[in-house]
Design a protein around this ligand. Structure first.
Ligand code: GZL
Ligand code: ZN
Length: 331
């Protein structure tokens, strides 16, 4: 149905344009005019649906994507940040489809609810590349995903906790965005790693990956358990850990000493807190995915077969490793 309407509209469009004596684009259907973006050649128009700007990690990821999808690299980027609102993000993808972009890249806020709009993109012959987070929709609805192994990140954080806490330990968890792949998988990986240890999870709540969220949830935990009732905080990202540090200090306790903190991301501010002894261990989550995503878009549009999944390696840091690494960190 949709395709018949589309082809009729396209026919009308072509008649109108030739009658008007001008042609939009170079006739390869992506609507881009020769020389648009990147000088000379024909730009690839890409719609990028980013989650929002919730954390330092996200800012680094956005910068990496904008740098890779630049005019010099032959792209015309249409950027949308959905302010951590899943409905707004799906609407942005739908608008990319209506604009007739050549390809769509998505960093999906949550993993569910993607089947319909991904099917619409497929029906419109617009390939979709996922970067960063994953979705539960069938993988024949997108060309490829490039990101991180969130379960392994959680497992690495949990293994550090299991080695460090051999006495009865109370732990609170600052969860990432509810329904997001990193929140779900980092919880699963960590829980599996601490199975059978004397670490007891006494509470767990989402701080939505933001500093403010981490701070207010930690304030609630401190109200509920008292500073001496909490031995360990597991934060799904550095921004929430940094918020928790503010709350712990405001309560007159010493983060990293009275209440230990393990976190994920290894962004600059998190690594600085690790060097300062306010966080005790950080598992990295690499945000520099732009080049890989851009290469996947070009390969897919060139009709090449690409791997369905590309996982970027992560590492982990204790205080000594952070002191050594911080000067060279690019994000
Ligand atoms: C993980 C990414 C998460 C980061 C957070 O790849 O999706 O979202 O861990 C960010 O800092 O907000
Ligand atoms: Zn073109």
């Amino acid at each position: 149905m949709r395709k018949q309407i589309l082809s009729k509209l396209a026919l009308v469009g072509v008649i109108a344009l030739t009658a008007a004596g001008c042609s939009s684009g170079d006739g390869d259907g992506d609507g881009a005019t020769p020389g648009e973006g990147g000088g000379g050649g024909d730009a690839i128009t890409v719609g990028f649906a980013q989650t929002g700007s919730e954390s330092g990690w996200r800012s680094a990821n956005t910068e990496s994507m904008k740098t890779a999808f630049s005019a010099e690299n032959g792209f015309d980027l249409v950027f949308n940040a959905a302010d951590n609102d899943p409905a707004a993000q799906i609407a942005a993808v739908r608008s990319f489809i209506n604009q007739g972009v050549d390809a769509i890249v998505i960093a999906p806020i949550v993993e569910d609810g993607w089947d319909d709009v991904l099917q619409e993109a497929k029906d419109a012959d617009i390939p979709v590349i996922l970067e960063d987070r994953t979705v539960t929709a069938s993988d024949d609805l997108y060309a490829s995903w490039v990101g991180l192994d969130f379960t392994l990140e959680g497992q690495m954080a949990g293994e550090w906790a299991a080695e460090t806490f051999t006495e009865p330990t109370t732990m609170v968890v600052l969860e990432g965005t509810t329904g997001s792949a990193p929140a779900n998988n980092r919880a699963d990986g960590f829980d599996a790693a601490i199975e059978g240890t004397p670490i007891e999870k006494i509470d767990s709540q989402t701080g939505d990956f933001t500093r403010d969220g981490g701070k207010s949830v930690m304030e609630g935990f401190l109200q509920k358990f008292g500073a001496d009732g909490i031995d360990l905080v597991y934060a799904h990202n550095d921004d929430m850990a940094l918020g928790a540090i503010e709350a712990i200090e405001a309560a007159g306790a010493e983060p990293g000493v009275d209440i230990k903190i393990v976190s994920i991301d290894a962004v600059r501010d998190g690594m600085q807190a690790l060097v300062d002894g306010k966080i005790n261990y950080i598992v990295e989550c690499n945000p520099l995915l732009g080049d890989k995503a851009a290469a996947l878009v070009k390969a897919v549009l060139a009709g090449e077969t690409v791997d369905k999944r590309t996982i970027v390696e992560d590492q982990a840091f204790d205080q000594e490793a952070a002191k050594a690494a911080l000067p060279d960190r690019t994000y």
